[in-house]
Design a protein around this ligand. Structure first.
Ligand code: GRF
Length: 170
């Protein structure tokens, strides 16, 4: 059976969407989080998902003897070093049409840019922030209301990320 490890640091809505998508049990999902009090731990507990608190600097030691088919970054707010990235395939989701609006507050910056379109990007991870090869992008119109835009972006994320993961595991 395929096994994935989701990396998250905070809220975990993408983590939850992924877990629910694979609720038939076809894929084993575990969670790694670098923040002890992150809300994503509550979600993991409620969803019955095994979770690990791993300090950023301990990531390599934690992973080096474990086997996962895919590492899925979903709101993990760290840049992983080469030695960790060499341990497998890492993917990430970012709330903009990369290469536009790399880094933090991408939705807000897109909203303020006066552009008409923004979106979501799923990409492979390398050691530069939001720079790895793009796997898929989905666009979304920038609404007049920031909260509405955030909701749109997150609902696209929750819809496309699990499907891309499923495709990569095939
Ligand atoms: C998402 O917008 C994702 O694109 C970005 O971080 C956010 C994480 O949200 N990388 P959540 O923790 O999954 O709710």
């Amino acid at each position: 059976m395929k096994k994935i490890l989701v990396f998250a640091s905070g809220n975990g809505s993408n983590f939850e969407a992924i877990v629910k998508y694979f609720s038939s049990g076809a894929v084993i999902i575990e969670l790694l989080c670098d923040k002890k009090d992150a809300y994503v731990f509550k979600r993991a507990k409620k969803l019955g998902i095994k979770s690990y608190f791993v300090k950023f600097e301990d990531t390599y030691d934690f992973l080096k003897d474990k086997k996962y088919n895919l590492f899925v970054l979903a709101g993990y707010m760290r840049i992983l070093p080469e030695c960790v990235l060499k341990l497998g395939t890492f993917v990430n989701i970012h709330p903009s049409l990369l290469p536009k609006f790399k880094g933090k507050n991408a939705i807000e910056r897109a909203f303020e840019s006066r552009e008409e379109i923004t979106g979501v990007t799923i990409h492979y991870v390398n050691s530069e922030v939001d720079c790895g090869e793009i796997i898929v992008q989905e666009t979304c119109k920038i609404s007049d209301d920031m909260e509405m835009l955030k909701r749109r972006i997150h609902s696209i994320e929750h819809k496309i990320y699990p499907k891309v993961i499923e495709g990569l595991l095939e």
